[in-house]
Write a protein that binds this ligand. Structure first.
Ligand SMILES: [Zn+2]
Length: 185
């Protein structure tokens, strides 16, 4: 799964609705290359829709999947109400891809890159996509999530704190044990 430096593996696709079958029902899984109603770890639970241009199993490496938010663990594929559930983060720096370091980036997706599941963030200013290629590059992001968790704990919001830690753990698992994460998430 090698790719040229700086090239994103997720191919832009026509912005049409994509569908699959889950539990005998036809569900919307996303639009274009963004499968925001399906997690990478749940691809094996759905069957491709012959009328759709995307087969999420076959095309997984070229697609972006919904980030596995711990808050939504009980939700079935296709059952997520909103397409845009995301989290704004500020601490990551990707100097070569865009200069809007202070504008923050929205974490929406997870995608396969170089054999691991990476978090994919979108710049709030120019909408460019960014992803830390390895766990070392993801450390600022993880640290920011741990910091958010600590602030929640300080205010007695322990459940919110636990969820932020769990989000950081999901990012780590994507790099260290993507197969494991995939079967659980
Ligand atoms: Zn930007």
């Amino acid at each position: 799964m090698n790719q040229a430096p700086g090239r994103l593996p997720w191919k832009s696709r026509p912005a049409r609705g994509e569908y699959a079958f889950y539990d005998g029902r036809r569900i919307k899984i996303g639009t274009g290359e963004q499968m925001y109603h399906l997690r990478a770890g749940r691809v094996r639970l759905v069957q491709p829709d012959p009328g759709s241009s995307v087969d999420p199993g076959r095309d997984a490496a070229r697609l972006l999947f919904r980030f596995p938010w711990p808050e939504k663990d009980g939700t079935e594929p296709g059952g997520y109400g909103s397409a845009g559930f995301g989290l704004t983060l500020f601490e990551c720096r990707w100097r070569r891809r865009c200069r809007h370091d202070n504008e923050g980036r929205n974490l929406y997706h997870q995608g396969w890159a170089g054999g691991v599941l990476v978090p994919v963030l979108v710049c709030r200013e120019c909408s460019r996509r960014h992803h830390p290629r390895d766990l070392a590059a993801a450390q600022p992001l993880i640290a920011e999530l741990r910091e958010k968790a600590a602030r929640h704990d300080e205010h007695g919001n322990y459940q919110a704190g636990t969820l932020k830690h769990a989000t950081a753990d999901r990012i780590i698992a994507g790099y260290l044990a993507p197969g494991k994460e995939a079967s659980a998430g």
